[in-house]
Design a protein around this ligand. Sequence first.
Ligand SMILES: [Zn+2]
Length: 466
Amino acid sequence: MKILFIILDGLGDRPIKELGDKTPLEAAKTPNFDFLASQGICGLIEPVYQGKFPTSKDAHLSLFGYDLKKWGMARGVFEVLGIGMELGKEDIALRGNFSTVDSNFKIVDRRAGRISDTKPLIKALQKITIEGVKFLLAPAVSHRLGIILRGRNLSDKISDGDFHKANIRAPKIRPLEKSPEARFTARVLNKFLLNSHQILKNHPLNKKRIKKGQLAANYILVREAGKLKKLQSFEKKWRMKACCIAGGVLYKGIAKVLGMDLIKVKGATGKANTDLEAKFKAAKNSLKRPAPYRNEVSGAGYDFCYLHIKATDNFSHDGDFLGKKKFIEKIDRNLPIFLDLKDVLITITGDHSTPCGVKEHTADPLPVLVFGLPSGARGKKRRSFFALPSGARGKKRRSFFALPSDSEGGRRKFTFFALEKDGVHPPQFSSKFGRVKKFSEKECQKGKIGKIKSTDFMRRILTCNF
Ligand SMILES: [Zn+2]
């Protein structure tokens, strides 16, 4: 059995007055989501996170079953990898913004008027070396960029050069510990930021921008320095070969850190204009056998496809509940492509909630649905994968576990069985759990899965332990 793991970023929300006290998901017309919810099983996921609120990075890592205390890494690492930069073990990765400062380094605009093409600026800053440390830069979406410090004796224990605030003096980088490495790194980075300001200030592109009345991209605000840690790969952890389809940089970076293959899809932007149809088609193809992808390995297709859709979160941050509702409806219209997938378990949830009324991430639990058709299901009679075994009401529950059924290109494939006293039986299927009629925060409370922690989700799916 394979898994299609769909994440709608910032999916969870709170009731909105203008939507008749419904959440955008609840208010949206979603016949396909609702079909999957009613034929599969539903519940709520509590995001596990560190700090004040769940970040997308922490929320994803915990959904994939990683312990944040053990595997946590700064976001700079994920961003730099997501843009496609190669990161060495000793390198320091940072994310940054092109911004506008005045002659006293007071921040006028944190995004330099959301400048779109920064390639000429990046080119002018490439190959700067300070005290033996090389600075490598690459553009990300619009005003954003990735920066790598490459050299000896570097540390990621340095402060951010960006407090997410304008109208203050651009903060200097400080060492966060007394080590000579942290002090050295802070020093060379400060020098680089000054040098780059001199170059940017006089760059023809900025002179042109000023002439046109636009803001000059004359300073780089950096943050979230990190080093690459060796992390247990997704394949090793779950014994499934995984791929990722995403438009957003961070999500590609997460996949790369976990050793998932990235499938490039034309038109996947990580924004509302993303080509959902193309992404969904690619996701379906990735699981097919013989596979259009990976035919060089075994032709077996991937076991696990992580499909990320970002715009739900973008609408939430803008407080645009109508936009979010409409975008959810658009996703729903594209879902039928997955409905004939056999032997594929489909899971749909979010990484965290981003209520449109709050415009920020919150720790509210998220709706989740799990759906799958067994390979034998044909024609009209659709049966869902999940059901409690008949004798399992009340006290006596059978435990499900996964058996590697055969080897495929050196990998193991899982089949699910129930363990009983007299041996192993395949699980029974029924549609008894069709009580959830609508995929929504409220309805999913009633679901069979109940409320589970995000870090437990992968293990629960793989052992059919619901
Ligand atoms: Zn997110």
